[in-house]
Design a protein around this ligand. Structure first.
Ligand code: MN
Length: 298
């Protein structure tokens, strides 16, 4: 068992995570892994009282400052659930710190904090965008990264709140029935379904909405990845009886962006993304009384 005092220290002093030795980190990875493996690929979260809040957080990409500001906001708002939409690592200055802090929150309050898989929760992407190299510089042995990969492979892909608000990292898949088909399957059982769900799972992590587009079209992001237009989005939402989609994956000048008659909200919670681009405000979403409200982290 992991000590509560150890978790509390991580949460209170996240800048000191860099000083932890690998055996201490293994405790965090292992405990979080056990929790994620018991979760469903499509989380089904229920609010009994409509007044209860949910906070949804987009890409962090190693922006520990924004994450710490979000924890202050979470303390003030006291939501029932906090959902991270993935892309915790790569690009930023405090990638390991962000990952370990999110995992520590998960372990401490596992029925409050949820982490979904983004396209950067993958070794191949981490090899290209910084986290794998950052990890190797610290811990030298590439085999140690297996602890991280195990976490990635155990993450849920989507969260459904009161059967009406869908949260995921990228976008809707071409297979409209994918969400329903994957409901009830545990993350540890992914191999049972992976063969015929691989494309949908990939698209959930990678797809993007595009205004003034009809149907699905190819994306610059890669093979099997798609842009989706308003017509297919509206059909998907109707068929799945959904009111809102909250996703991340793209940065916008205002920090967030509404699409498609305000049924799709895109948020991004890293302000210092890549360090070289023009800074943008970091955003998050709050759900209360069935309404989704975008907010800027100030
Ligand atoms: Mn992304």
């Amino acid at each position: 068992m992991i000590e509560q005092s150890f978790l509390n220290k991580i949460i209170k002093y996240p800048y000191k995570i860099a000083k932890l030795n690998f055996n201490q980190l293994i405790l965090v990875f292992h405990e979080a892994f056990k929790l994620f493996r018991e979760e469903a690929l499509i989380l089904e979260l229920k609010k009994d009282n409509p007044q209860e809040k949910v906070i949804v957080i987009g890409d962090l990409h190693g922006d520990l400052k924004s994450l710490m500001r979000l924890l202050d906001i979470i303390n003030l708002e006291n939501p029932k659930y906090v959902i991270f939409l993935g892309d915790i690592v790569d690009r930023g200055l405090y990638q390991l710190e962000c990952l370990i802090l999110v995992l520590a929150l998960k372990i401490k309050e596992s029925n409050k904090y949820y982490l979904l898989r983004g396209n950067h929760e993958t070794l191949e992407v981490n090899r290209n965008y910084g986290f794998f190299q950052d990890f190797l510089n610290r811990f030298k042995d590439p085999k140690k990264f297996n602890h991280v990969t195990a976490i990635y492979n155990a993450l849920p892909y989507s969260a459904l709140i009161n059967e009406s608000i869908l949260c995921l990292h990228g976008g809707i898949p071409e297979e409209f029935n994918a969400i329903n088909r994957l409901r009830g399957i545990k993350t540890s059982e992914i191999n049972l379904t992976y063969e015929n769900a691989a494309k949908s799972l990939l698209q959930i992590m990678w797809n993007d909405p595009k205004p003034n587009l009809k149907g699905f079209t190819v994306s610059f992001r890669g093979r099997d990845i798609r842009f989706f237009g308003e017509d297919v989005f509206t059909d998907f939402m109707r068929e799945n009886q959904l009111d809102y989609l909250i996703r991340a994956h793209e940065r916008f000048p205002d920090g967030y962006k509404w699409f498609f008659n305000k049924q799709l909200l895109s948020i991004f919670s890293s302000a210092n993304y890549r360090g070289t681009l023009t800074p943008i405000p970091a955003s998050y979403a709050i759900i209360r009384n069935k309404i989704v409200i975008p907010k800027i982290i100030s």
